[in-house]
Design a protein around this ligand. Structure first.
Ligand code: BGC
Length: 741
């Protein structure tokens, strides 16, 4: 059969092909493009409209009835994020959508599905290990698929412009390369299950305060060199079949009706062939949104009106939206289903009984173990085998570990909310996973390990007296829709730590936080471990790191400021909250592309802990750094050696900088990185490549990346502020197209 004939198949023939396994494999010789074209040709207008309109999929009473006439979609999966009906006669499956980036979430429900949770996205970024990100993505995608979902709303990665952002835990840190590589690999892992992954929240959704209304201002150049570069890297690596536009406005237009973000950058410049879905409640119009590049309205009845239902039909009929555009919208949706394999390898309903729980527990535990960052250690860690009495205090460490709140909340076996902790409503329940660090420590030591809940600092200090070592667990719960009020640990925990440290100098602090926090007690304690939200096996992971079964190898993916005054916006814009109809503004041109360590570098500020920082129980050295021009970028060679007595992993961080001013946003950028496992005494020579865009500046007028000819410094560092060696490389002037080629 010729290609032309295939494309001209009637709708009836197409439906027969889709139903016959033999014919289906013959048909898949066609490209996703050809298949999507044929499918759209075979669709009625009503079926095209059906493809671009999604329903929220929960029985929640607040959604049903009322003026919006929300009806639970009959074939939707209970208490999940969304549902788009399929077209059986064309073999197009329904889209069953689930949140989110750390696993299969459930909307607030008395009977949530219980699944495995990865550590937070920020934690996975702290592994600096693309393989961990891929493995985690593959695992949660598998649970999604076996739960009957073929669209996973994961891939969150707005850069950390605001350390108080309540959703930083869902994202991947402050650097475009690190965030892009980690998120891209997570997406790739999810889609390896033949389901769709999203990339979100596109774009500049860096704070939750006034998230539905805030208008973010940023110029094209700075945007392309920062958040958009992160999304571009993730897109190139992970090829997400869907992108979710954000709630906020960008340069005056809502993200979901933003021609610049959707039509120009994403679809034209990067060549994105999948579909843009709106965030839940982020569609604000019919004509403007469809023409600006939104392909699918999500989660009805979150929006004020069903913009992409009858109103879109009318807009097409009266010519405000072209028929070609509606065809393109429908095509993009089905293209995603063909391209990922969601059509050929369909979900088979609830197969969760076949989930490999033990294997998945190991995946999340490994991810967590690699993500723990040892921030300070005067020798208290790993815990001495000679210790006779260990006192563990606070953080519900006798029960488990904290998780982040909101739509991404994964519920797990044994997880619980403690009375009166966290809000009764969204983004609660404040949930702890049943993986107890206390029990993990007890199982690994001969010492007498006792627990104090830390509620009364005086009692805790008393309990700490005379112990060989004291471990305080401190928590900061963050969640969607609310930003942290400041960077301090809540609930008087700073006072608790100070009281305990005063009673016993041998105090270790383990932090379970959404992102950076201040540590006014730092000088008084002997060791600090940042454990983030460590996932459903997090207690085991923490215990293994504290006892030395695992050598810590995480590095900070985000700068920990010494105070909010050091950040671009000491006071959150739009705070206090305004009415929904007001439009608070935030000027991201203040820092532009100089986010995180770049801002600190540029301003000469000394953070509490720098980006890239993290200690080990071993020591590592680098030698033989050299760099050469390679294609349009650079290649770096360096030897890393484990100079200590303990096996472990190190993260090689390569920073790049022009030898003379090249108009960069900041003195230096992360140019490449690698995580390497090394036995004691072992060394390895690494060859790393620096993407030319990381040596370039973006020119908005010509839509090109320009690498200025001249010398560049290539540096290895233990962090953004601790450079260990510098080499120089000469790069000839280069001009790259908008895709960096
Ligand atoms: C969140 C999205 C999420 C969606 C569906 C929204 O509130 O911003 O990240 O995917 O809900 O639950």
């Amino acid at each position: 059969m010729t290609q032309t004939k295939r494309l001209l198949l009637s709708a009836a023939a197409l439906s027969m092909i889709a139903l016959s396994p033999l014919a289906a494999s013959a048909q898949s010789a066609q490209s996703p493009d050809e298949r999507a074209d044929a499918a759209v040709k075979a669709m009625t207008q009503a079926e095209k409209l059906q493809m671009v309109f999604g329903y929220f999929s929960t029985n929640a009473t607040w959604m049903s009835g009322g003026t919006k006439n929300f009806i639970f979609p009959k074939d939707g999966l209970a208490d999940s994020a969304g549902y788009v009906p399929g077209i059986a006669r064309l073999g197009i499956p329904a889209q069953w959508e689930t949140d989110a980036g750390v696993g299969v979430a459930t909307q607030r429900s008395p009977t949530p599905r219980l699944r495995t949770a990865l550590p937070s996205g920020l934690a996975t970024s702290a592994t600096w290990n693309p393989e961990s990100a891929f493995a985690g993505g593959a695992m949660i995608g598998n649970e999604a698929k076996l739960s009957g979902f073929n669209v996973q709303l994961a891939g969150g990665m707005d850069l950390v412009r605001e350390p108080r952002n309540g959703r930083n835990f869902e994202y991947s840190g402050e650097d475009p390369l690190l965030a892009g590589v980690i998120t891209g690999n997570e997406i790739k892992g999810i889609q390896s299950n033949h389901i769709v992954s999203t990339m979100k929240h596109y774009a500049f959704n860096a704070q939750e305060t006034n998230r539905f209304t805030i208008d973010v201002k940023i110029n094209d150049k700075a945007a392309r060199e920062s958040d958009l570069l992160a999304f571009q890297f993730a897109y190139e690596i992970g090829k997400p079949a869907s992108v979710m536009c954000a709630y906020n406005r960008v340069n005056g237009a809502y993200s979901c009706e933003n021609d610049w973000l959707l039509n120009q950058v994403l679809k034209t410049d990067w060549g994105f062939k999948g579909y843009v879905m709106s965030d839940w409640g982020a569609t604000h119009s019919t004509v403007a949104a469809a023409n600006a590049g939104l392909d699918q309205e999500s989660g009805w009845a979150f929006d004020k009106s069903p913009y992409f239902a009858a109103a879109l039909n009318e807009a097409v009929n009266n010519g405000h939206v072209s028929q070609a555009r509606l065809d393109d919208m429908a095509k993009r949706v089905v293209w995603a289903l063909y391209a990922t394999g969601a059509v050929d390898d369909p979900v088979k309903g609830d197969q969760s009984a076949t989930i490999d729980w033990a294997g998945h527990a190991k995946t999340t535990q490994t991810d967590s173990e690699e993500s723990l960052v040892l921030l300070k250690n005067t020798g208290l860690l790993p815990l001495a085998r000679t210790a006779k009495k260990i006192v563990v205090i606070g953080g519900h460490a006798d029960f488990g570990v904290l998780s982040g709140g909101g739509s991404s909340q994964v519920y797990a076996v044994g997880a619980k909310r403690f009375d009166n902790e966290g809000p009764d409503g969204f983004p609660g329940p404040l949930t702890y996973y049943a993986s107890s660090p206390l029990k993990g420590i007890q199982a690994r030591t001969k010492a007498n390990v006792v627990y104090n809940d830390g509620k009364d600092p005086k009692a805790a200090a008393k309990a700490a007296q005379g112990a060989d070592v004291v471990i305080v667990f401190a928590t900061q719960w963050t969640g969607e829709s609310i930003d942290a009020p400041d960077l301090s640990l809540p609930d008087n925990q700073d006072a608790l730590i100070n009281a305990v440290a005063k009673a016993n100098k041998k105090t270790v602090v383990v932090l379970e936080t959404g992102g950076p926090v201040l540590m006014p007690w730092l000088a008084n304690v002997g060791a600090v471990v940042e454990a983030w939200y460590p996932g459903t096996s997090g207690g085991e992971a923490i215990a293994r790191v504290l006892t030395g079964e695992v050598n810590p190898s995480g590095r900070l993916p985000v700068t920990f400021p010494a105070s909010l005054d050091q950040t671009p916006r000491p006071k959150l814009d739009g705070d206090p909250k305004l009415d929904d109809d007001a439009h608070p503004h935030s000027d991201y041109d203040i820092e532009g592309a100089a986010i995180g360590y770049k801002w600190f570098d540029k301003k000469g500020l000394k953070p509490l802990f720098p980006f890239g920082y993290g200690l080990s129980y071993s020591t590592f050295a680098t030698s033989g750094l050299s760099a050469s021009a390679d294609g349009k970028g650079a290649r770096v060679s360096v030897t890393v050696k484990n100079t200590g007595k303990t096996a472990g992993s190190t993260v090689t961080q390569v920073y790049v900088a022009p030898a003379s001013d090249a108009g960069w946003e900041a003195p230096k950028r992360l140019g490449a990185f690698a995580k390497t496992a090394l036995n004691a005494g072992e060394s390895k020579t690494l060859s790393l490549s620096v993407d030319p865009r990381l040596l370039a500046t973006y020119d908005s007028a010509s839509k090109t990346w320009t690498v200025k000819g001249g010398d560049y410094k290539v540096m290895t560092g233990n962090s953004a502020t601790d450079i260990t060696a510098t080499a120089t490389v000469h790069i000839d002037p280069q001009t790259l197209n908008v895709q960096g080629k």
